[in-house]
Ligand binder design. Structure first.
Ligand code: GLN
Length: 259
């Protein structure tokens, strides 16, 4: 295989929460298995090639995510990549931007439409540790390990029938605190849902970076990028990751005033 091309989409505006680390994790896990891999950063205003092997989008602030949505819709490259079933990982603002619409800076903004989801606002910001059990929906069927991350968002994301949650919450707010949605209360809200899976898109509110905390999810994306089954990837034994996961699953929450 030629060098694995990892698209890092709009790191200049969707790079606020350290989610660029997801691309680094993919590159490192590929290289540790002897595959050549490189990160292809695509900045605001630049065309998104539709031929990369895997794409990552991170979180960002409200104004930044409006710019991101406008650019990705006008460009069309990421939509073509999704149509070609190329794996895409989207985090937080990235999740919202890939939905049908989201609310930011006091208005409803069109999303890229790769996920059947609408994001409204919550009355309070959700901040803290998140943990889920994978739903094994769609392309995440091979996931078996619980997922861990941290969330920091005001968005309440309501999935439509074409999208399924990535995980079922065991901790945290995830897609929506059902008691705290400001609008769109006419739409059915899934209880305990976190993230979204639709076609080749995997989206989550989990920062961390999520792929540093969840090596199985990283390997699933790598496997999809390489066109092999997850079980075909040689296991990597990295004790520090197990330590990190144990620590995060057991972490106690600081009082609200200290967050
Ligand atoms: N601006 C969005 C929100 O607050 C996304 C934040 C993020 O990406 N962490 O909901």
């Amino acid at each position: 295989m030629t060098s694995l091309q990892i698209g890092l989409i709009l790191p200049d505006i969707l790079g606020t929460y350290g989610d660029d680390g997801n691309a680094l994790v993919l590159r490192q896990r590929a290289r540790m298995r002897g595959h050549e891999a490189e990160i292809v950063p695509i900045k605001l205003g630049e065309p998104v090639p539709d031929s990369l092997d895997v794409y990552t989008l991170g979180g960002g602030e409200d104004t930044a995510q409006i710019l991101a949505a406008e650019h990705l819709i006008a460009d069309g490259g990421l939509t073509r990549a999704a149509a070609a079933k190329r794996p895409i990982l989207a985090i937080c603002a990235g999740l919202q931007v890939l939905g049908e619409s989201f609310r930011a800076s006091g208005r409803v903004v069109d999303g890229v439409g790769l996920i059947d989801a609408t994001t409204a606002s919550m009355t309070e910001r959700a901040i803290g540790e998140v943990a889920t059990e994978p739903t094994k929906a769609g392309i995440t069927a091979e996931l078996t390990e619980p997922l861990t991350g941290f969330e920091n968002h005001m968005g309440a994301t309501i999935l439509g029938p074409a999208a399924q949650p990535l995980g079922t919450l065991t901790r945290g707010t995830g897609n929506a605190d059902t008691a705290a949605i400001l609008d769109l209360s006419d739409r059915a809200v899934q209880r305990g849902a976190e993230g979204a899976v639709q076609g080749s898109v995997i989206a989550t509110y989990m920062h961390g970076p999520v792929l540093a905390r969840n090596p199985q999810l990283a390997d699933l994306l790598l496997a999809k990028a390489m066109g092999v089954a997850l079980s075909e990837l040689e296991p990597l034994n990295i004790p520090a990751i197990n330590q990190l996961r144990t620590e995060r699953f057991n972490a106690s929450e600081p009082p609200r005033s200290q967050r």
